[in-house]
Write a protein that binds this ligand. Sequence first.
Ligand code: NAD
Ligand code: MG
Length: 398
Amino acid sequence: MSQSVSILGVTGSIGRSTLKVIEQHPENYSVFAVSAHSRIQELSEICKLYQPKIVVVPSGRVDELQQLLKQADLPEIEILTDEAGLIAISAHAEVDVVMAAIVGAAGLMPTLAAVKAGKRVLLANKEALVMSGDLMLQAAHENQALLLPVDSEHNAIFQCLPQHYLQIERNGEPKLGVKQILLTASGGPFLNHSFEQLQHVTPAQAVKHPNWSMGQKISVDSATLMNKGLELIEACHLFSIQEQFVTVVVHPQSIIHSMVQYVDGSTLAQMGNPDMCTPIAHALAWPERIQTHVPPLDLFVHSQLNFQEPDLERFPALKLARQAMKAGGLAPAILNAANEIAVAAFLSEKIQFLQIAQVVEQTLNAMENSSAESIEKILLTDQVARNIATEYISKLES
Ligand code: NAD
Ligand code: MG
């Protein structure tokens, strides 16, 4: 039976890769709804090709989209707007699968809506899980939603864990013979930069990732290693495991996407060419497998795989994220909000690269941590953290 898919953030890097996978399996998947925040022209092209029933855009962009859809002879596509529209296409009764591929906190409520509606949720939007943590997992459990990791590392870990790992009772300790998770990191474009060199790197250099082609925000996060920090938190929640059982391993070739070590001395790795179509296809079809265009790994080409420890002096963001996970409560949401503001400030050349982690640290220090018992409290904290980070940035500028 064909599965009906909503793609949140269809114009992004993950959104586009999702279309690429679906395109190869027209008999199994159809695009029911899509959303975009900008690039409305590109969105209308996607509508022409995939003919979704519903499209969601910010209310300020409706006229433009309407015009373009009319020109394309597609006036029957329904247009919804803003967060309410995103929630509607996430929880829609006709939808089986939701690809959560919005970047940042803006994806939290739509992703949660998909989980509460008991959908198969393909989670790319790691920030949503970093912010909501246990609440998201609990909602998935209560509503029998299938929350499947698309982030390549988490998808790899999921593939290396025993199949029934997610079904068993967990309490933060590794179970079923698992000893620890090895979360791999490429190290980003500045892996071998000195501290001095890091002071002068530009946004253009930061968004040029050596192995992956991704959106701007995650590319900067990869350069600071905050991406690995967010992924550490993501792994702790997804696999209900305490942070001390997750070790970050820098592996510059991005061929091994992560590993699981077992008590008997085994280490299982998931390998493949760095292309997000593989984890997307895996999460779409799980527990089955479907074809993608990704070529099989040629180990004679990739004859060298290297591993090293991350340098927390040059990349303090990873240390901050681990501390935030250890502290628990609202700390991960504060970390995430401050980071989003700092990355945007770096991209618009208001602050320097090394100041990103400083902004995050200052914001964490300025705010009191407490338990994250409701989404309302998390959203409020997110807003306060954004204000504090913005204020700190304006002081840095002056
Ligand atoms: P991107 O910047 O390429 O795309 C983001 C999408 O979200 C776009 O469609 C954009 O229109 C939409 N969007 C942006 N701001 C929005 C807002 N305020 N409200 C609603 N929609 C908004 O980003 P990406 O690289 O595709 O990443 C998407 C998510 O997936 C991120 O959370 C990222 O961390 C995660 N992820 C990405 C990759 C990758 O390879 N690109 C890998 C793993 C995880
Ligand atoms: Mg990743």
